[in-house]
Design a protein around this ligand. Structure first.
Ligand code: SF4
Length: 64
């Protein structure tokens, strides 16, 4: 699984709070970003949840 945050991110950091192991806030770009190229198996469900809950629909997932 791959995931990325698009430019639509509004920076509310909801995903960072939900799964700080995967999402971090980029202070320069003022949006969140994904730390991994490939999402580790143990975080996949949380990443899917983050994508569903993101109010800006800014988390794009590419399933394997
Ligand atoms: S939940 Fe969505 S809008 Fe909020 S910081 Fe994460 S990607 Fe950005």
């Amino acid at each position: 699984m791959k995931a990325k945050v698009t430019k639509d991110c509004m920076g509310d950091r909801l995903c960072n709070n939900l799964c700080p192991e995967v999402f971090e806030y980029d202070e320069d770009e003022l949006k969140s970003k994904v730390k991994f190229d490939e999402i580790p198996g143990e975080y996949k469900d949380l990443v899917r949840q983050a994508a569903e809950e993101c109010g800006a629909h800014a988390i794009e997932i590419e399933e394997d």
